[in-house]
Design a protein around this ligand. Sequence first.
Ligand code: F6R
Length: 234
Amino acid sequence: MNIVVVKNQEEAAEKALELVKAGLEKGSIKTLGLATGSTPLKLYEKMRGANLDCSDVATVNLDEYVGLAPNDPQSYNHYMKTELFDHVKFKETHLPNGVAENLQEECERYEAVLSENPVDLQVLGIGTNAHIGFNEPGTSFDTKTHVVELTESTIESNKVHFEKVEDVPTHAISMGIASIMEAKEIVLLAFGEAKAEAVKQMVNGPVNEGCPASVLQNHANVTIIIDEAAASKL
Ligand code: F6R
């Protein structure tokens, strides 16, 4: 793992943008894997201002809440549209459909999308319980795209984005750990003291399913860009 400690989110976003830009310029990024949540917001802000040519690039997102339609303001589809897709033109953009009639079929459809669009660079955040995507502790490292029940700690962390905790969806469709590990390159961003323990376990802990992000120790090309607070337990 290549670990880069930076002063703040601004600097982290600059560094992540450099990776994205370099891949676009070389033509090595044909599919970009994207995340939502607060972590990549600065990166997306910088991508919006960077005059990138993504017209030949497809995107795939990690996850979507079950029960939220793509136009629901709390959905990840809506988040991606407002933060990035309305501003940067991509060839195609893909997210799971959280209101698909048959969720199992939707997971299979999404896996087929991933097979057709193998991820060249995947952007990741990390949960305070070390989840990646919505793969909560205990998820098998072999999982492909699947429906997950969110843990209480994840619901608690995500409630800031909703009016009340009861509004936070209890399930999501998420790329699995095996799907994420297929990306050729991964860049994981983490900020703040609340992420310090998860970062420590991801980097120095044993590789096991109790700590989903620890699987990244087995990936050949991972860059972790973190601020000093998130790095404070390393
Ligand atoms: C989001 C995702 C999650 C988040 C993680 C951190 O698409 O897959 O794993 O990256 O929950 O969330 P934030 O960035 O809000 O701290």
